[in-house]
Design a protein around this ligand. Structure first.
Ligand SMILES: [Zn+2]
Length: 213
């Protein structure tokens, strides 16, 4: 059923009885201030009006296994290539494996470009989690064309790839890290580091998402 599989909002509404957490992490990769803005909203499927907004750096869900399918559809060749390179970089760590799929249907993660000139966000990750199990349901990551490809911000190809690696890190289940890490909140100065691989291992070495650490 095409519509069911391709419209996440509809999908949420059909999953009655599941409590959802939709965590949205937005990178405001202002290279001058290094500040990032993050927000998270809780959304009970049974009660669409009960929504809580709070500031957080946390994404606390994970996939059931160290693997997820991803559909990449950038409407720009530079961003498409950067996202594919970022997938390869994560796969090369051995800690997590993304499988690129060529249809959006049934993809765990969808990666697209956005073109938001007013927002100043380089990237954004939006993960839907089943709060009962702690497992991700699906996710959507964005690379902002208006920001990453704006010559006045001077993004090199390497920094665009780093930004893509960062958003994929959120899609794996990583939160921000203030140290030398691809998950530094500015999101573009570091590629995947050993500390990031360890962080993935820490999440997935647990037997289940809700098992206490
Ligand atoms: Zn981030």
């Amino acid at each position: 059923m095409w519509f069911y599989s391709n419209n996440h909002q509809f999908r949420r509404q059909t999953d009655n009885g599941i409590a959802y957490l939709q965590a949205t992490v937005k990178e405001v990769s202002d290279q001058f201030s290094g500040k990032a803005s993050t927000s998270s909203s809780s959304n009970q499927a049974a009660n669409q009006q009960s929504t809580v907004n709070s500031q957080t750096d946390k994404i606390d869900g994970r996939w059931t296994k160290r693997t997820a399918t991803i559909y990449i559809k950038m409407d720009n060749a530079t961003l498409q290539q950067a996202m594919e390179e970022a997938v390869t970089a994560w796969n090369n760590t051995g800690a997590f494996k993304f499988t690129i799929v060529h249809t959006r249907k049934n993809a765990d993660i969808v990666a697209t470009s956005s073109n938001n000139g007013g927002d100043q966000a380089a990237g954004l990750a939006q993960m839907n989690e089943n709060t009962v199990t702690g497992y991700f349901i699906d996710g959507h990551i964005y690379l902002n064309k208006a920001y990453l490809l704006n010559p006045s911000y001077g993004y090199t190809h390497e920094r665009i790839v780093n930004t893509a690696e960062h958003e994929l890190g959120h899609a794996i289940g990583l939160s921000h890290n203030s140290g030398q890490s691809v998950m530094q909140s500015s999101g573009s100065f570091f590629s995947i580091q050993n500390t990031d691989v360890q962080a993935v291992n820490n999440i997935y070495n647990k037997n289940s998402a809700k098992q206490s650490s």
